[in-house]
Design a protein. Structure first.
Length: 264
């Protein structure tokens, strides 16, 4: 791991004001440089992600304006593509705003936590993802044998589960199943979402929760991904003083686990 140091020097003078040495102070600015690099990467990624749909919208709309006599089928196709890219643009902006809101509320410790059952967040998330799963003949199975109550923000946990389910649905094989398992451990609750997809190569696992990081960029965009869903899950976990983990095996599937403390 490379360390970055900032060196500052000043002359040392004796009682006769003559230079007798040099004082050198080293400051470790490794973290600062890492943050700066992350900021630059984030700005570059946002610019790229926003430019892609904007370029398509601009190009196709200009074509429609310049050629008003285009055949109806071509016009309809162009309008459909513009609509698709505008939805994608909206999704990216909404996800960025969600991330910003969660980060801000976490920093000032303003996340609203209520002592209640996890059942509501689970059932709402499954209900909202069911149609998408059915279109690919995927069953969502909930393994939750007990009522688990703990302090959490139900809407945020619901959002995290939705993001994990959407991710599992996108990358699962059709005619398969997704299992949600909820376990109450000694000091924490573990919510796992398991799919039967193609799995994720090991070299990608450590970066999966970074903003805009994609294992397969072309496939992710084709499936409608913004590259922000898992990052939102990570920040929701952090807002609850928890973590999110992933285990994956090629051609067998992946298990994403949201681990949250029972006591705060």
């Amino acid at each position: 791991h490379e360390q970055v140091l900032l060196a500052q020097s000043a002359p040392l003078l004796d009682i006769h004001k003559k230079k007798c040495g040099t004082l050198i102070v080293f400051n470790d600015i490794t973290k600062l440089k890492e943050f700066e690099l992350q900021r630059k990467e984030f700005v570059a990624n946002v610019s790229h992600e926003l430019r892609t749909p904007l370029t398509a919208i601009q190009g196709l709309s200009e074509t429609l304006i310049e050629f008003p006599d285009l055949p109806q089928d071509k016009r309809a196709y162009f309008i459909d593509v513009i609509h698709t890219h505008s939805i994608r643009l909206e999704s990216i902006i909404e996800n960025l705003l969600t991330l910003s809101k969660i980060e801000k509320e976490t920093e000032i410790d303003e996340i609203n936590l209520v002592e209640e059952s996890i059942t509501l967040a689970l059932s709402n998330a499954i209900f909202l993802c069911k149609d998408k799963a059915l279109k690919r003949n995927i069953d969502i199975i909930l393994n939750n044998s007990e009522e688990i109550t703990f302090k959490h923000n139900s809407s945020l946990i619901e959002q995290a589960i939705i993001n994990l389910l959407n991710n599992a649905i996108k990358y699962s094989n059709g005619n398969s199943e997704i299992k949600i398992t909820v376990l109450k451990l000694e000091h924490e609750i573990k919510i796992s979402v398991e799919d039967k997809g193609s799995g994720i190569p090991e070299e990608h696992l450590s970066r999966l929760f970074e903003r805009f990081y994609r294992v397969d960029k072309a496939r992710s965009r084709q499936l409608g991904g913004t590259g922000l869903g898992l990052s939102i899950v990570k920040h929701i976990a952090l807002a609850h003083k928890g973590t999110v983990t992933v285990n994956s095996k090629i051609n067998k599937g992946s298990i994403f686990s949201l681990i949250l403390p029972l006591e705060r």
